[in-house]
Design a protein around this ligand. Structure first.
Ligand code: SAM
Length: 196
């Protein structure tokens, strides 16, 4: 386990136990319809593409939950991966994806709530989905991830090391908050500052 222990002493700043507005399908679809998608960086996250470059087995079963425009899936396809599942709760986001990945046999697109999803994956790619989930659901997120990962499966992704203190996404945090959420269910191999 490789962890930046100096982060451990930060106090838990996240006190959000409920949201004024439910973070449900309507909320997210409205954001997509109004093009309020400030999270969208327009290209695959470099830290994630670097990780993908190290995966030899192109048949690895990969899930990208809360995928949005799914730039990481485009990258996976370019690299020859064959077993990619994308989930988003927003009909507008999935409509966009259907145009983008039309007839691609290597991609399964699901209009679905991640928390209702059933499946088995070797790898989950996390790119700003965790920060879209209200913090009071984070334990549920970790448990769901654990359920849908195959034995020796992994979550790989980028999390904020920053507090935003807003009752709307993105919801930030720090390793001192993230570690207790995941460590009962997962071996944390790496949780450290991201330089890509
Ligand atoms: C902050 S955006 C991130 C999108 C994309 N991963 C990116 O980084 O560009 C969060 C996405 O998760 C979707 N989402 C939110 N809650 C969800 C849920 N419970 N199940 C599936 N998707 C969800 C939203 O519709 C939105 O597209």
């Amino acid at each position: 386990m490789k962890l930046k222990m100096e982060q451990e002493n930060k106090t838990e700043a996240c006190c959000i136990t409920q949201c004024d507005v439910p973070m449900d399908q309507k909320y997210w679809d409205t954001r997509w319809e109004k093009q309020e998608t400030g999270w969208d960086i327009g290209y695959p996250s470099p830290a994630i593409t670097k990780y993908i470059d190290g995966i030899a087995d192109k048949n690895t079963a990969i899930l990208i939950p809360g995928c949005g425009n799914a730039y990481e899936a485009e990258y996976l396809i370019q690299q020859g991966f064959t077993h990619i599942t994308l989930i988003d709760i927003a009909p507008k986001a999935v409509e966009n994806l259907k145009q983008k990945f039309e007839n691609n046999p290597n991609i399964t697109m699901l209009l679905e709530d991640f928390f209702e999803h059933k499946g088995g994956y070797d790898l989950v790619i996390e790119q700003t989905f965790f920060s879209a989930i209200p913090p009071f659901r984070r334990k549920e997120y970790a448990a769901k991830m654990h359920d849908i990962l195959n034995e020796n499966g992994r979550i790989v992704g980028v999390l904020f090391d920053k507090q935003f203190n807003n009752p709307f996404p993105p919801f930030g945090g720090c390793p001192c908050e993230y570690r207790p959420i995941f460590e009962n269910l997962f071996d944390i191999k790496t949780m450290e500052a991201c330089y890509q």
